[in-house]
Design a protein around this ligand. Structure first.
Ligand code: FCB
Length: 443
């Protein structure tokens, strides 16, 4: 990828999330979160592992930031662990927890990098799950206190804020499909979770604007924009149905379109909306984050409760079984350009899971990941040429980490983590990205 194809001020970053990399799960006052609990359920996690140690970034952040600098990254996207800064979801801030994030930001700034912080990347304090988690409105109300504290404490430290990471996964995977914490399979609960996660975003926005803070703030979605498997009208509709259920149910309220009619009318879903909620959720944001990994073909299926099924695909699948489809990213960006009315967009996650092998030369030759990233960067450049207001790209992930229900069995890092020694080994893809950022990554 030739950097000249991208705007001069295009931001290159790398991303992680607290539960996936920090470790130090019960140190310095951090209390339990729903992933600590979910990992205890037999069969919930592929290798029955948890995030107790993960990539140990809590202790190794200086080494990691130094490596990011060496690779030329301009920004690091990390997330804050709620139960580290407000133990037991209480009201007494944990100084040591807050210090950790300040130190991390200071370290990034000292190395000339920007700090991009996500407030919620799925590690809900266990005490809030005890009252129903996101199915309970109280959790969204609690988010006010947490977000206000972070804005106040980390003002001047954080350069770019993201309220929530992938509401889709929080509500649908956590409460409808049940493959993520808390592992529930209950439609009614999941509809409440959809509304309350949307509301939590709005509440954080309200606090932020009230405080008059200056750094840009937005939200990260993982928009699902499937393509119809055939030219049949019903399959074309099915692609839109799926987009409504998996994407517009979250993005609609944020961008002021409300909940999609397909959900409220055709499927008859009821969201627990209270007076004023939709105004709170739809306050203007400064940018939107996009996590993009794949695109699927779909067809109309009247037997499915949501009237859509996924069709077989032809693309190479990565080691997690996801098809590689960079054209899907291009298509999605063009759709988002209109849907978001041209606000700045960032790819806040994109990357590939590969069967990485550490070789005798102390390296990982992950050619497939390089090809994956390169194709997606080309898709970004093509979209920008079509007028998409895309401002940057964060690769997922800086380092191999705890891949949720897959445990440590799946590697997404551009840096290899030896989970035995916790030693870091930059993969070929790390050096490929270094060269792209420096302007020499064309191939
Ligand atoms: C995204 C998550 C991220 C990581 C990648 C592979 O959905 O936001 O934490 O698990 O997928």
């Amino acid at each position: 990828m030739d950097r000249a194809n991208l705007p001069e001020d295009f931001l290159f970053g790398c991303a992680t999330a607290s539960y996936q990399v920090e470790g130090a799960a019960f140190e310095d006052g951090r209390t339990r979160c729903i992933w600590d609990d979910f990992a205890l359920i037999p069969g919930a996690i592929k290798d029955s592992n948890d995030g107790r140690v993960a990539a140990d970034q809590y202790h190794r952040y200086k080494e990691d930031v130094a490596l990011m600098e060496e690779l030329g990254f301009q920004s690091y996207r990390f997330s804050i662990s709620w139960s580290r800064v407000l133990p037991n979801a209480g009201s007494t801030p944990n100084k040591k927890g807050i210090e950790y994030y300040k130190n991390l930001c200071n370290e990034l700034h000292a190395k000339g990098m920007k700090a991009c912080a996500t407030l919620y990347h799925w590690d809900l304090p266990s005490e809030l799950q005890a009252i129903g988690g996101w199915a309970n409105r109280e959790t969204a109300l609690k988010f006010r206190e947490y977000s206000a504290l972070m804005f106040k404490e980390l003002d001047g430290y954080v350069d770019m804020w993201i309220t929530i990471n992938e509401p889709f996964c929080v509500a649908w995977l956590g409460y409808k499909i049940g493959c993520h914490a808390p592992g529930h399979k209950n439609l009614e609960e999941s509809l409440a979770a959809v509304h309350h996660i949307n509301l939590a975003h709005g509440i954080a926005m309200e606090e932020y604007r009230k405080g008059g803070y200056k750094a840009p703030i937005g939200i990260t979605f993982n928009p699902q924009t499937p393509r119809p498997a055939t030219r049949k009208e019903m399959d074309k509709k099915a692609a839109l149905y799926k987009r409504a259920v998996d994407t517009e149910v979250f993005m609609g309220p944020v961008f002021g379109y409300g909940y999609p009619e397909f959900c409220t009318e055709t499927l008859g879903w009821k969201f627990p909306i209270e007076d004023g909620d939709m105004e709170i959720i739809s306050q203007p944001i400064d940018f939107m984050g996009i996590n993009y990994y794949n695109e699927y073909p779909v067809y109309y299926n009247e037997k499915d409760p949501e009237l859509v099924s996924t069709a077989p695909h032809w693309e190479r699948t990565t080691n997690i079984g996801w098809p590689v489809d960079e054209k899907g990213l291009y298509r999605q960006l063009l759709w988002l350009k209109d849907y978001t009315r041209g606000i700045p967009l960032y790819i806040t996650e994109n990357g590939s899971c590969e069967d990485d092998q550490l070789t005798n030369d102390g390296r990982v030759h992950d050619r497939e990941r390089i090809v994956y990233i390169d194709k997606h960067l080309h898709a970004c450049a093509d979209a920008i040429k079509e007028g998409v207001n895309l401002k940057g790209y964060f690769v997922w992930s800086f380092i191999d980490n705890y891949e949720w229900a897959e445990g440590y069995t799946k590697r997404f890092g551009i840096v290899y983590c030896d989970y035995g020694t916790l030693k870091r080994y930059p993969k070929d893809s790390a050096y490929y990205l270094r060269d792209v950022i420096a302007g020499y990554g064309d191939f």
